[in-house]
Design a protein around this ligand. Structure first.
Ligand code: ADP
Ligand code: MG
Length: 153
């Protein structure tokens, strides 16, 4: 398991990290037989949605990325890379992994051209694929966040 730790001092910096990170993911074009899942974990205000905003920007998505808390899932189509679909999920209001299944989760996971970002992924860990990228957000102080990336497999 590889781990990478980054500390950021502003929301802008967290967005930039996310933007560069997803650009690397696009460049590597990882061989996979399903969707690429990026699971975001950590407390409220940790920076998950802020990270999602930079991530979407890196994918070339122009729409504004809001916290999807009240809609649970938003889907964006794109044509810039091997990824054709960006799925942004906020699991905060989901009771458990089973509830994710009602949103068509199994079919999403089968899509080789989808990249999926799940906020509050710890709530639905049982539904995550065998292999995924896990990113934890820790609140250090008002301006500082520790971001820990892991490749789970
Ligand atoms: P979450 O989705 O994890 O609940 P948000 O991204 O919605 O978190 O909120 C993070 C909050 O923390 C925002 O108000 C943002 O402005 C603030 N913030 C302060 N410093 C940082 C930082 N270094 N990285 C990300 N967000 C930060
Ligand atoms: Mg959020």
């Amino acid at each position: 398991m590889e781990t990478l730790e980054i500390t950021t001092q502003s929301p802008k910096e967290t967005q930039n990290i996310a933007r560069l990170f997803v650009k690397e993911l696009m460049r590597f074009n990882l061989v996979r037989n399903g969707a690429l899942v990026v699971a975001l974990e950590g407390d409220l205000g940790g920076g998950k949605t802020t990270f999602a905003q930079g991530f979407a920007k890196g994918l070339g998505i122009r729409e504004k990325i809001l916290s999807p808390t009240f809609v649970i899932m938003r889907i964006f189509n794109m044509r810039k890379s091997d990824f054709r679909k960006f799925v942004h999920i906020d699991a905060y209001r989901l009771k458990d992994a089973k509830e994710l299944q009602t949103l068509g989760w199994k079919d999403i996971l089968k899509e080789r051209h989808a990249i999926v970002l799940v906020e509050w992924a710890d709530r639905v860990r049982r539904a995550l694929p065998e292999e995924y990228i896990r990113i934890q957000f820790e609140f250090v102080d008002e301006k500082t966040r520790k971001i820990v990336l892991n490749h789970e497999s």
